[in-house]
Design a protein around this ligand. Structure first.
Ligand code: FAD
Length: 417
């Protein structure tokens, strides 16, 4: 059986490695001419790290990524609302890694080339359209070759659209109406080399749903030198005068810090200096916080969707990459479980579509970050004792429910394979 994968991002490359591990032939068609380490930080949660560990990547990840020790939420005055250990520190068998997205993608790409051969990744080929969805067997599709703009046609037993938030495979099946939903919040993403804060492995978020700052270190080599490469995201709600249509979500759009810096000018506390982090960044990327409504179906004969192509979600709960990796795992499991390929694709969808739809919808309600919004609503001037504002049990329930929804609560990870 041969699987063609449109998109050599996090989900597509992981799928190629999983296919190879289980004796399924895979090839990747990637639009970019050369894969470059693009993006800033992402988090790999323990359930995704388990899958990557099965692929033999845990040591390589530990060399470059930070093993995240804790996650804390603060209000806009830097007062702590909630703190929890993460990964190994929380008793999981697998760490949570905070990592540079581009370095992670390059690691996956190198590993695919080593294991599947260089011919398995066709860079510079942009997927254009499905020619035949494969009702009677093979899926056929057309791509555009960057070098000479020629159309290239290819076929496979299964075509997987792993081509990200602007998926052309998805657009083929949903040509109209499937528009990005704008949260009316903009994100500014960057990395800054800085002295470590807290223990040098901690992730934190401060603020509330209309103004937030998120940070976590992402470089183990720098940590070993006593420094931190801090990945950070500043978020603000746009003014009412801002159009309802979001600006195009371009991961590489650079802007000046002047666009948002003033809003965070006094966010300096004894354990972190946020204006200094903002000032220390070399490049700042703007991205609208967008998602899309969950789809009624992902699978059409021998074609299906995966990762952001299937379920773009707000970057809340640090889940986007993990869910793409989980999709890949379930897809391969389903294909291995039955000789009926069409059935396997529908089974994959039946498992993954409702789960990821639940995360998309819960992220619209702030996901686990709702604790920050509750603190803002109930105690906008701050608090002396968070227990008087939000009882511990309420905080714990919000954290635990989200882990269950996203599939990384300890109990269900121990219970599953
Ligand atoms: C350049 C870039 C930078 C990013 N930076 C961040 C970040 O800083 N923080 C964050 O949280 N998330 C970032 N993301 C998104 C993050 O990687 C995904 O949300 C998540 O990992 C899910 O992965 P995915 O494989 O579904 O999508 P992605 O990792 O986005 O991968 C999609 C891949 O498909 C390719 N592609 C797109 N269109 C076509 C086409 N027509 N034909 C063939 N290939 C195509 C893209 O070039 C890309 O390699 C970034 C994505 C990209 C592409």
């Amino acid at each position: 059986m041969k699987i063609a994968i449109a998109g050599g991002g996090i989900g597509g490359l992981t799928l190629a490695l999983l296919c190879h591990r289980h004796g399924i032939e895979a090839e990747v068609w990637e639009a970019s001419e050369t894969l470059r380490p693009l993006g800033v930080g992402i988090n790999l949660l323990p359930h995704a790290v388990r899958i990557l560990s099965e692929l033999g990547l845990r040591d390589a990840l530990a060399e470059i990524a930070i093993e995240t020790s804790s996650l804390s939420y603060y209000n806009k005055r830097g007062q702590r609302i909630w703190h929890e250990p993460r990964g190994l520190a929380a008793g999981y068998d697998w760490p949570q890694f905070s990592i540079h997205r581009g370095e992670f993608q390059m690691l996956l790409h190198r590993t695919v080339v080593e294991r599947l051969g260089a011919d398995a990744v066709h860079t510079g080929h942009s997927f254009e359209t499905v020619l035949d969805s494969g009702a009677r067997g093979q899926a056929r599709f057309a791509l555009r070759r960057r070098t000479d703009n020629a159309e290239v046609q290819a076929s496979a037993d299964v075509l997987v659209g792993a081509d990200g938030i602007h998926s052309a495979v998805r657009r083929h099946f949903y040509p109209t109406g499937d528009l990005p939903r704008f949260s009316r919040r903009l994100l500014w993403r960057a990395v800054t080399e800085a002295p470590p804060y807290l223990d040098g492995r901690s992730m934190f978020m401060a603020g509330h749903q209309d103004q937030k700052f998120v940070a976590y270190p992402i470089s183990e080599p720098l940590r070993r030198q006593g420094r931190s490469l801090v990945n950070w995201i500043a978020e603000l709600r746009v003014p009412d005068s801002f159009p309802d249509t979001p600006p195009r979500s371009d991961w590489n759009k650079q802007v000046d810090k002047a666009v948002f810096r003033a809003a965070f000018a006094d966010w300096q506390w004894d354990w972190i200096d946020i204006p200094a982090l903002i000032d220390g960044a070399e490049a700042i990327y703007e991205f609208p916080m967008v998602d899309k409504d969950p789809l009624p179906r992902w699978t059409f004969d021998r074609v299906t969707l995966l990762g952001d192509a299937a379920h773009p979600m707000y970057p809340i709960g640090s889940n986007g990459s993990a869910q793409a990796i989980l999709d890949a795992r379930y897809l391969v499991d389903s294909l291995l479980g039955t000789p009926d390929t069409g059935y396997a694709l529908r089974e994959y969808e039946a498992e993954r579509l409702p789960r990821t739809a639940g995360i998309v919808l819960r992220n619209r309600m702030n996901g686990p970050e709702q604790v920050m919004q509750l603190a803002e609503e109930r105690a906008p001037q701050g608090f002396a004792d968070i227990g008087q504002v939000i009882p511990h049990a309420e905080l714990e329930a919000i954290s635990q429910r989200y882990k269950q929804l996203a599939g990384f609560d300890r109990q269900s990870m121990q219970g599953s394979r």
